[in-house]
Design a protein around this ligand. Structure first.
Ligand code: HAM
Length: 429
């Protein structure tokens, strides 16, 4: 026997026992996004590699280590999208969405690809939903985005969420901060690993992403805090964001060490974490990125957004959702007992489906007993039994699966009979 081909590491099959949960999450996301006035955008699965190099940043883990990049037959370097902010901004610029409205609120639900070391909550293909609000520089826009993220995460996990917030200021002040960071690290430069030495040279902010405990210890003990090195306008902006969140009753913690692992952020950054997850505890991350649209060749328009990981949300909410969200039950299992009944059974199944019933029809030509056992296993609420006699008489047997009662019904009365079983009228005294 040939060896079966296996799934590669870090990707998942989502089987029928779970797909209804995914559809439920998608449904909730579409519903909540529209209550905030966001419109859906879908972008291609791959983009020019340069988009991510310019958008996310050369020294970030995503670009440096995690991209699925390939050269197509035309010699172009393409990359499966590892995140969606850069593609959405690319689409915004390319389709001139700025000319249609002064502010554009977009959301997505999509698959992404990052070649990370797989572990619980960390996959190589995973799903995110998120938003990009492009147009407003004001704190209320940050608050709208954070409230939306918090709202959606709370729907899946009502307890145990932590919202952490920081401001990393505007790039004008960043130079001075990065200089301070370089000074702190210079005495230790020779002891750093190669990647951190490269980070120190090219983009010291990315030292915060280091997995090396020694680098983290230097950061803990000696590094200045970025939120102490922001301009007074940035500080005011950040204070307004915090005041509005307090006014809305959204709890948060100021986390002066959170810089986020993507280069495009300016001013507000935030993450929502759950105590139920292990090392990969971030359900959601986002922030303001006022310079990205311009950096990618568009107009000078500020923006803010977030993205949440669907697999992680399902990890924290899965059991509760499994109890609450059940797939639609099968209405009818059509049992076929004779050759003469096969064609009429196919026709009845089509008629019933057209009328909105969910129907499975026996196609394995099994014995009556096996078919009824299958009807039971399938969870159908009624079995319709069609044999030679019924076909001749223009009837069918209807069996209620809950009580086992069975009755012969004329085809004209079938819908009424089924409705009585599927939607019983409440008893009145
Ligand atoms: P991110 O922090 O890279 O941000 O990803 C956001 C969320 O996606 C994470 O909090 C996590 O839940 C999920 N996630 C990330 N990587 C994986 C993985 N390998 N496996 C499973 N889940 C994962 C961004 O992607 C930014 N584009 C967010 C943003 C939008 N910022 C502004 N607008």
């Amino acid at each position: 026997m040939d060896e079966p081909v296996k799934r590669i590491r870090g990707v998942r099959d989502i089987l029928p026992e779970e797909t209804h949960l995914w559809r439920f999450v998608e449904w909730i996301v579409h519903a909540v996004m529209s209550t905030y006035g966001y419109q859906e955008i879908r972008t291609p699965a791959f983009e020019l590699t340069d988009l991510f190099v310019r958008g996310v940043g050369l020294e970030t883990d995503i670009v440096n280590k995690e991209m699925y990049t390939f050269t197509d037959k035309g010699g172009k370097s393409l990359t499966l999208k590892p995140e969606l902010t850069a593609p959405v901004v690319r689409a915004y610029i390319q389709n001139h969405l700025d000319r249609e409205a002064p502010i554009t609120r977009l959301y997505y639900f999509d698959d992404l690809y990052r070649q990370e070391r797989p572990q619980k909550g960390r996959l190589r293909q995973f799903s995110q939903f998120g938003v990009e609000a492009i147009g407003s520089p004001h704190p209320e826009q940050d608050v709208e985005v954070i409230a939306l993220a918090y709202d959606l995460c709370s729907l899946f996990e009502p307890q145990g969420l932590t919202l952490r917030l920081n401001s990393i200021g505007s790039p004008e002040m960043r130079g001075e901060y990065l200089e301070r960071l370089r000074e702190v690290f210079q005495p230790y430069a020779a002891d750093l690993d190669q990647l951190d030495r490269q980070r120190l040279k090219n983009n010291p902010l990315r030292l915060f992403d280091s997995k090396n405990p020694e680098t983290q210890a230097i950061l803990d003990q000696h590094a200045p805090l970025i939120s102490d090195h922001i301009s007074s306008e940035d500080r005011e902006h950040y204070e307004e964001v915090q005041a509005s969140l307090r006014a809305l009753g959204i709890p948060f913690e100021h986390d002066p060490k959170m810089v986020r692992g993507l280069d495009y952020y300016t001013r507000t950054t935030f993450e929502i974490t759950s105590g139920k997850l292990g090392a990969q505890d971030a359900l959601c991350g986002g922030g303001r990125y006022d310079d990205l649209v311009k950096q990618l060749g568009g107009p000078d328009i500020p923006a803010v957004g977030f993205a949440a990981g669907v697999e992680r949300l399902l990890l924290v909410a899965g059991e509760r959702l499994q109890e609450k969200v059940t797939p639609r039950q099968l209405d009818v299992y059509l049992v076929v007992l004779a050759e003469e009944a096969r064609a009429p059974a196919l026709a009845r199944a089509q008629e019933l489906r057209a009328a909105g019933y969910t129907v499975i029809l026996e196609t394995l030509r099994r014995s009556a007993k096996a078919q009824l056992r299958e009807a039971n296993r399938s969870g159908a609420r009624a079995a319709l039994i069609l044999g030679e006699d019924e076909v001749k008489k223009g009837t069918c047997m209807v069996k209620r699966m809950d009580t086992g009662e069975q009755e012969e019904v004329a085809l004209e009365q079938l819908a009424e009979k089924l409705d009585g079983i599927l939607h019983p009228k409440p008893e009145t005294d």
